[in-house]
Design a protein around this ligand. Sequence first.
Ligand code: ADP
Length: 402
Amino acid sequence: MKILVLNSGSSSIKFKLYDFPSRELLLAGSIERIGEADSSLRLKGRNLELDERVALADHRRALESLEEIFKKSSLLDSFEELGAVGHRVVHGGEDFEESVLIDEEVMGAIKRNVSLAPLHNPANIEGIEVIGSLSPSTPQVAVFDTAFHQTMPPEAYIYALEIELYEKYGIRRYGFHGSSHSFVCKRASEMAGMDSASFDTITLHLGNGASVCAIKGGKSIETSMGFTPLEGLVMGSRSGDIDPAIIFHLYRELGMSLQEIERLLNRRSGLKGLCGENDMREIELAAASGDERALAAIDIFVHRIIKYIGAYFVLLGGADAIVFTGGIGENSSYIRARVCERLEALGVRFDSELNERGRGDFLFSTKDSALRLYTVHTDEESVIAEDTYRIVSLAESMNPTP
Ligand code: ADP
């Protein structure tokens, strides 16, 4: 069965096509600048590579072009041939604790959650609706960024605000990056040879967006992102935690509009705000040549991570492992070392050579370390494809086609 995974954004669609049960990745690509005159369509497969500039007015035109390419390359005659389509949906609110087969009721709930993710859910909905109209009989599955964190206890997800704000308006902590945290935790428990039901871990997803999660026996009990992905760690261009009163000060004393403040916190803060650069590779190079702002940006980035690890270690009542993932977590031995050398109080010991030389998924703690340290490559699309395959296969076994 061929499974198409779609991550629809407001002006872009990222996609991967898999063959199941072999799990072979047939192709991957993206359509960007949808709605502009020079939309780009890039994809790469085994015998296929494309990089086109075409005007794609909207998501429908973009997905129709993709279908035509599949047809021309004899991968599929049409989307009707797909076994299923799996969608990344950013916000499931409190409605979804796991991935689901999409029907009218599910669509209604995703639409109800638009107010919680006004920048993301509408684009996800559009992707689902376009596939639904191009290929009405193809089953579609929604995989939510928030679902994995629905196991957090109320004391972790309720803000100390007027309780009615939670009860009436759903203002609470939700957490994101759920597919990534759950995937790398499971992978690390396999590498440790431990049952995930008794594996307690702290997972660090360090990419442009960054979050940390405390996972007890395979279940998220606390995570650093909150009502939106702005809370928590220092990120590429997002501030992470700040005193909310700064917003009033910026508004009142510096005359900034709310729109400007929102942009400042999301786009011009974090590493970028601290040193003018959000690419960790460039920041490391600048730091190595003595750039003081780059050095300070790394110190602040690492400090925040350590603070969360300490807190999560206590919340978990001790942990078996710390897992690093995401562009920075997987590739920067420097940041991993900077974090791990500050964890001596937890009995963490790491092997510098393993840390520097390791490739792919690897262990880099020493034998006498109290916690295992892993680096695991995250693959959110493959999690979406797996969930989609599992859910569609289950639905088929319960309702076999006559
Ligand atoms: P996104 O959140 O956009 O998916 P990624 O997970 O791809 O982001 O992570 C992007 C980050 O990873 C960037 O800051 C980039 O500089 C960093 N990164 C990638 N490779 C390396 C490397 N070898 N060393 C340090 N940082 C790296």
